[in-house]
Design a protein around this ligand. Structure first.
Ligand code: 4LM
Length: 397
C-alpha cells in the first residue's frame, strides 16, 4: 500500500508504512526481537552508521518495529521524523540533554507533571542548566522573562494536573521571534485532539504510556519533530545520555494501541464531558476544570486549538482534601492510581501523588491546590462511572 494513498487519521494509524506482501502476507507487522544486526563487511557497517546506506547497527538506536511506530507517530503528529523511548521521562530527558548545555536557560510553564518538574527544578541545575518557571497562561510574563541565555520554552497543554490550557500559537510565535525552540508535551491531548507542530511548535513529546499505548500495560515515550532534531536526539540523548531504548515488544504493543486511538479518545472525551457536567451539578463540588466545559476558564482557547476536551477532569470539593479523601474511599469501580489514558477510570490526589515532587511552597506559589483531585475517565459504561462517582460524592458531602 502506498503511504500517501490514505489521508484519514485512523487509516494512517492502522496501515501507514506497512505492506503485508513484503512480510509473508502477515496482516500484523512482525516483531523484530534482536539486539544487533549482521553486516556483509565493515565498510557496509560504517556506511549505515554514516547514513549513506539503509540499515540498522545496534538495538539501542534502532529496530524495524520501533521504526514503524516512529513513522506512524510522526505522521499522526504531522512531523518529519520521530523517535520512541522507554518512557515519557526518557523522551523528555533525551530531548533536553541533546538540545541544552551548561550555561543555557529554559523557560518552563509552572504547572507540569511532577517528575518533569523535578527534572527541571532539581536535575538539570546539577549540569549548569537553569530553568525559569513562568505562568504560560500569560504570554507577556513569558516574554518579559526571556533572557540572552534562554534556548527553549517548554509546556504541557492541557497541563497536568489542573488542565489549564496554554495558547500554543501565541507561545510558539513568541519563542520563534526570540529564536527559541518550542517544546510541547502533548500527552494529555494526543494527536487526535491537537497537533502542536501544526500550530507552530518545534518538538512534541509524549508519554506513550498513556493514551497512545492505551491499555495500562506498558511504559513508552516519543519525540516528534524535524529530522535534524530527531537525528540529534537519537544520536546523543538516546545513544549516550540515557540509553533508554523502547523494547521492540513494547513498540509492538504501542502499534497495537494506535489502531484504536481515535476511537478510544472519542469515547474518553464523550464520557469525560458527561462526568464534568455531573460533577459540576453536585452540591459537594466546589469547582470543575475541564477544557471542554463551556464555563471552564480554558474553554475558548481549548475550543480553538483542540477538537474536544480530552479524557481528564480535575475538580475540588467544597470540603477540600478531607472531603476528597472521603469521596475516594467510597468509590468501588474507580481505582485510586496515578497514570491516565487507560480503559479503567482512575482517580488520584496530585498534591500527595503525581505532584508530590513539588514542595508544598511551590504548589502554593504556582497555584496547585492541596484539595485538587484528578480523574482519568475510562472506557467503562458511562452510567456505571457516573453512579460510582455520585456514590462517592454523596459520601463526601
Ligand atoms: C501521571 N504522568 O500524571 P512516563 N508527560 C506527562 C505526564 O503526565 C507523564 C510523563 C510525561 C503520570 C505518571 C504517573 C504530561 C506522566 C512521564 O510515566 O515516564 O511514561 O511519562 O499520572
Amino acid at each position: 500500500m502506498s503511504d500517501t494513498q490514505f489521508e484519514g487519521f485512523a487509516t494512517r494509524a492502522i496501515h501507514l508504512g506497512y505492506d503485508p506482501q513484503q512480510e509473508q502476507g502477515a496482516l500484523s507487522p512482525p516483531l523484530y526481537l534482536t539486539s544487533t544486526y549482521t553486516h556483509e563487511s565493515i565498510d557496509a557497517f560504517s556506511e549505515i552508521r554514516a547514513g549513506t546506506r539503509q540499515g540498522y547497527v545496534y538495538g539501542r538506536t534502532g529496530n524495524p518495529t520501533q521504526a514503524l511506530l516512529e513513522q506512524r507517530l510522526a505522521s499522526l503528529e504531522g512531523a518529519q521524523a520521530g523517535l520512541v523511548t522507554a518512557s515519557g521521562m526518557a523522551a523528555i530527558s533525551a530531548t533536553l540533554f541533546s538540545l541544552l548545555q551548561s550555561g543555557d536557560e529554559i523557560m518552563v510553564d509552572q504547572i507540569i507533571y511532577g517528575t518533569a518538574f523535578a527534572l527541571f527544578a532539581k536535575g538539570l541545575t546539577r549540569f549548569g542548566i537553569r530553568t525559569q518557571f513562568a505562568d504560560f497562561t500569560q504570554p507577556e510574563t513569558v516574554a518579559a522573562a526571556i533572557g540572552a541565555k534562554t534556548k527553549a520554552v517548554y509546556f504541557e497543554t492541557p497541563a497536568n494536573p489542573n488542565l489549564r490550557v496554554i495558547d500554543i500559537r501565541a507561545i510558539s510565535a513568541l519563542a520563534r521571534s526570540h529564536g527559541l525552540l518550542t517544546i510541547v508535551d502533548n500527552t494529555f491531548a494526543t494527536p487526535v485532539l491537537q497537533r502542536p507542530l501544526e500550530q507552530g511548535a518545534d518538538i512534541v513529546l509524549h508519554s506513550a504510556t498513556k493514551y497512545l499505548g492505551g491499555h495500562g500495560d506498558l511504559l513508552a515515550g516519543a519525540v516528534l519533530g524535524r529530522k535534524q532534531h530527531i537525528d540529534l536526539i537519537r544520536g546523543e540523548g538516546l545513544r549516550f545520555f540515557t540509553g533508554a531504548t523502547l523494547s521492540p515488544f513494547t513498540a509492538f504493543l504501542v502499534l497495537r494501541g494506535l489502531k484504536t486511538l481515535e476511537l478510544r479518545v472519542a469515547r474518553h472525551c464523550e464520557s469525560a464531558l458527561a462526568v464534568a457536567k455531573a460533577l459540576r451539578q453536585h452540591p459537594a463540588v466546589a469547582y470543575v476544570s475541564y477544557p471542554g466545559l463551556p464555563d471552564s476558564p480554558g474553554y475558548e482557547l481549548a475550543n480553538r486549538q483542540m477538537s474536544a476536551g480530552g479524557g481528564l477532569v480535575a475538580f475540588e470539593l467544597k470540603g477540600g482534601l478531607a472531603a476528597g479523601k472521603r469521596m475516594v474511599a467510597a468509590l468501588s469501580l474507580v481505582h485510586i492510581a496515578v497514570s491516565l489514558g487507560d480503559p479503567e477510570t482512575l482517580i488520584q490526589h496530585p498534591a500527595s501523588m503525581t505532584h508530590a515532587l513539588y514542595s508544598a511552597q511551590d504548589r502554593e506559589k504556582y497555584g496547585l491546590s492541596e484539595g485538587l483531585l484528578r480523574l482519568s475517565v475510562g472506557l467503562e459504561s458511562l452510567p456505571d462511572i457516573l453512579a460510582d462517582l455520585r456514590a462517592g460524592l454523596d459520601a463526601a458531602a
